[in-house]
Design a protein around this ligand. Structure first.
Ligand code: CA
Length: 221
């Protein structure tokens, strides 16, 4: 899962991206509204953390533009304390949730997980696919109850597939959602990671769809 953090407070931006990285996400940072708007407009994010008070273009305007242009990614807004009017304008502009500053990072992470899950149509923090279970809260994976140890990239790959069970996901899409924008992307490496993931899971749920990509399938009864 790839997250964009738009926050002009450099310390706070760094705290958020570090916490997100620890939780297994890959992140891009923007420090003003224009840069944030551009990234959200051109890169595919699974969710965005968007501050309201930003230089160049405020968060509400950024969000309004994205929504006008049809970008539907979940957006969590950061609002200043006691500015109820900010919350109203944020939600009117198309925010999916908000957190009031100052906040605990854990709250931001929990709300973000919920937004990503809901966007993928999952109501609970655990996603199941046959014997495979992914806990989005603890970032743990098990098969028939036996824990499987994954690297952060393998986890991101599996989490992306599990949020899109039954859909064919192209290698390009995987690359775009697993690496940040500065990464030297090579879609051939995806094949290697899928191979490792299959081996570690020990069950064959990841189908290769020739010429198209991969699909995580519920096992037949
Ligand atoms: Ca700010």
């Amino acid at each position: 899962m790839r997250i964009l953090v738009v926050e002009d407070d450099k310390n706070l931006n760094r705290q958020l991206t570090e916490a997100l990285a620890d939780a297994g996400y890959v992140t891009d940072s923007a420090f003003d509204g224009e840069e944030g708007h551009f990234l959200g407009d051109t890169e595919p994010y699974d969710a965005v953390i968007l501050d309201i008070g930003l230089p160049q273009m405020d968060g509400v305007s950024v969000l309004e533009r994205w929504r006008q242009d049809g970008h539907k990614m979940p957006v969590l807004m950061l609002t200043a304390r006691d500015r109820w009017s900010d919350k109203v304008s944020g939600i009117d502009a198309g925010a999916d949730d908000y957190v009031t500053k100052p906040f605990h990072i854990e709250e931001v992470l929990a709300r973000l997980r919920a937004l990503i899950r809901r966007a993928a149509g999952h109501a609970s923090s655990e996603i199941m696919c046959g014997p495979l279970r992914l806990d989005t809260k603890s970032s743990k994976v098990d098969v028939n109850g036996a824990p499987v140890k994954l690297t952060s990239l393998e986890f991101r790959l599996l989490a992306y597939l599990m949020h899109h069970i039954g859909k064919v996901i192209s290698r390009t899409e995987l690359v775009e959602h697993l690496y940040d924008q500065d990464f030297d992307r090579d879609s051939n490496t995806i094949e290697v990671f899928v191979g490792r993931l299959r081996k570690k899971l020990g069950i064959d749920l990841i189908e290769t769809v020739r010429g198209m990509g991969y699909r995580l399938q519920e096992p037949a009864e």
